[in-house]
Design a protein around this ligand. Structure first.
Ligand code: GLN
Length: 483
């Protein structure tokens, strides 16, 4: 398993040059990608150019920035100037952005090495990665299973050792679910901690960018690099760095368990969560039993709001400005209609239709406005719970990674988001960390939710757990680069 600190140690001790390191990752990515479909685009030249710069710096004896020289994968809904950014959609298949996302600007200024752009569900809509126009990314722990959506490629590459860390985005669970399915750490920051400039919008009031890594310390390092206020994103306010605050001690910490989150879990997931609670008790955490009766409204509220915002955000893809264009049409209406029907996949079209419906005159009060009211009640219920506990412990997903083509209805798939999407509704931070394995070698994840801007609190609780269980649960797959 590769961690940022280990790779950094190899670089600074000059055991390996950054060019050699990058070559190894590129080669491994080229070899494994036909199987994993983790990358949509590999950025060989950009990577090597960056690596040479890092080597020059090392030769001059200058100190490296925290992520300098570390090979990583960036989800393909984050814009990269001059590098194709597809959103895994036919609509943007050939789209080359004219500007960099804030997050990419920050990472680039540290000379962290971009190996390529990560596969994902089309426009980040999905829970398995299978809605990608380029085909679903595979789970390196068992390639008959999905990597989880929507940041599927990011998780697949990190678990398959063809990137040291990755950047994903999370609207209703898209960082945490693939992290959980692939045995990784996935941090969804507080809404506003990280700039969304250059993140291709899905649900703007829910979207947030964050890291997927092999360990908690790495997640903290990446978070510290990207949690800066960006004047060009009026919803961003940045956050305190957390790395220096992690002690890995939970003695006296109040750990909340809301029983509603524990309904409908598979046997393996339930057992792993019970064991995790027992371990926290042993480490000195105080278990607090809580109720979260609003959980039954979370899925309808999320899917109404996310689809409503998506239908508005995706209105810009009309073929007139950029993106796919229909080649045969009769008039302007027909052109836009054909462009959108051809450019968007089935799930994206379904969400646009749903969103347009819940916003339409006559239905808006019954659906969209009601969902907004319930959103406030859900936020209030979380605030109440955080007066009684410091961290909430829940499963990340009620199941482990699904097999490809599981033949589930859209609603059944939406239900897999039950534990994650309330966090986005309330704008809270949450981290998914590995807590066991089920049959067929499939990892199980658990979720730690904190109050707003309490990233340090949840990562500290995560670190305490990881220190006790790393031997058993922190494992990447047997492929790719193992340093
Ligand atoms: N599965 C959820 C959805 O399809 C979440 C996706 C995400 O977080 N981007 O909307």
């Amino acid at each position: 398993m590769n961690t940022i600190s280990e790779v950094r140690r190899l670089l600074t001790s000059r055991d390996i040059s950054c060019r050699m390191l990058t070559e190894r990752f590129l080669k491994a990515a080229e070899k494994e990608n036909p199987t994993l479909s983790a990358y949509i685009t590999l950025t060989r030249e950009t990577a090597l150019q960056c690596a040479d710069g890092v080597d020059r710096k090392l030769q001059s004896g200058a100190a490296l920035a925290p992520l300098e020289g570390i090979p990583f994968i960036l989800k393909d809904n984050i814009t990269t100037k001059g590098i194709t950014t597809t959103c895994a959609s036919r609509m943007l298949k050939n789209y080359v952005p004219l500007y960099d996302a804030d997050v990419w600007e920050r990472l680039k200024s540290q000379n962290t090495v971009l190996i390529g752009k990560g596969n994902m569900d089309e426009f980040a809509m999905g829970s398995t990665g299978e809605t990608s126009y380029f085909g679903g990314a595979k789970n390196p722990h068992n390639t008959a299973h999905v990597a989880g959506g929507s940041s599927s490629g990011t998780a697949s590459a990190v678990a398959g050792n063809i990137a040291v860390y990755g950047i994903g985005s999370d609207t209703g669970g898209s960082i945490r679910m693939p992290a959980s399915f692939c045995g990784l750490v996935g941090l969804k920051p507080t809404y506003g901690a990280v700039s969304r400039r250059g993140l291709i919008a899905y649900g703007s009031s829910l979207d947030q960018i964050g890291p997927i890594t092999t360990c908690v310390e790495d997640a903290a390092l990446v978070f510290d690099t990207i949690c800066i206020r960006d004047p060009a994103d009026m919803t961003s306010r940045g956050s305190e760095p957390v790395s220096g605050q992690l002690k890995g001690v939970v003695k006296g910490m109040r750990l909340g368990i809301a029983r509603e989150f524990y309904e409908g879990l598979t046997y393996d997931v339930h057992k792993a969560l019970d064991q995790a609670v027992a371990l926290y008790k042993k480490l000195g955490a105080v278990i607090v039993e809580l109720d979260f009766p609003m959980l039954k409204y979370v899925l309808p509220v999320y899917y109404i709001l996310a689809c409503a915002e998506a239908s508005s955000n995706l209105g810009r893809y009309d073929g007139l400005r950029y993106g796919h264009r229909a080649s045969e049409y009769t008039d302007l209406d027909d052109f836009v209609c054909r462009t959108r029907s051809e450019g968007f996949g089935q799930e994206v079209r379904r969400r646009i239709l749903l969103g347009t419906y819940v916003l339409s005159a006559g239905y808006c009060d019954a659906y969209y406005n009601k969902a907004q009211l319930l959103r406030q009640s859900i936020k209030n219920e979380f605030s109440k719970m955080f007066t009684r506990c410091d961290v909430l412990l829940t499963p990340t997903v009620p199941v482990t990674a699904l097999p490809f083509g599981a033949n589930m209805s859209p609603v059944e798939l939406y239900q897999t988001d039950i534990c994650t999407c309330s966090v986005n509704i309330a704008g809270l931070p949450a981290v998914s960390i590995p807590c066991g394995f089920a049959e067929k070698g499939l990892p199980i994840g658990m979720q730690l939710i904190g109050d707003k801007f309490h990233e340090a609190v949840i990562l500290n609780a995560a670190l305490a757990f990881e220190r006790e269980t790393a031997q058993a649960y922190l494992k990447t797959a047997d492929m790719g680069v193992r340093l």
